[in-house]
Ligand binder design. Structure first.
Ligand SMILES: [Zn+2]
Length: 66
């Protein structure tokens, strides 16, 4: 089971916001990407793992589109 704040690549993003790659984090890197709710979480382009875990760091504010 997932915790409430982590999702794997290939799962659907449920909360718009910025996410940290946990695989990178374990490797000492700090890779953060912003994803919008509804999109499928991608693989990380900073590490070669095929299956990465994204952890929600910060929920995006509403109505951020210009
Ligand atoms: Zn990564």
């Amino acid at each position: 089971m997932n915790s409430s704040r982590t999702w794997k690549s290939g799962e659907r993003c449920r909360i718009s916001g910025t996410y940290r790659c946990q695989n990178c984090h374990l490797g000492g890197r700090d890779t953060v990407q912003a994803f919008e709710a509804g999109r499928i979480l991608p693989m990380c382009d900073q590490c070669s793992d095929l299956d990465v875990t994204w952890m929600l760091r910060q929920v995006a504010p509403r109505a951020v589109t210009a």
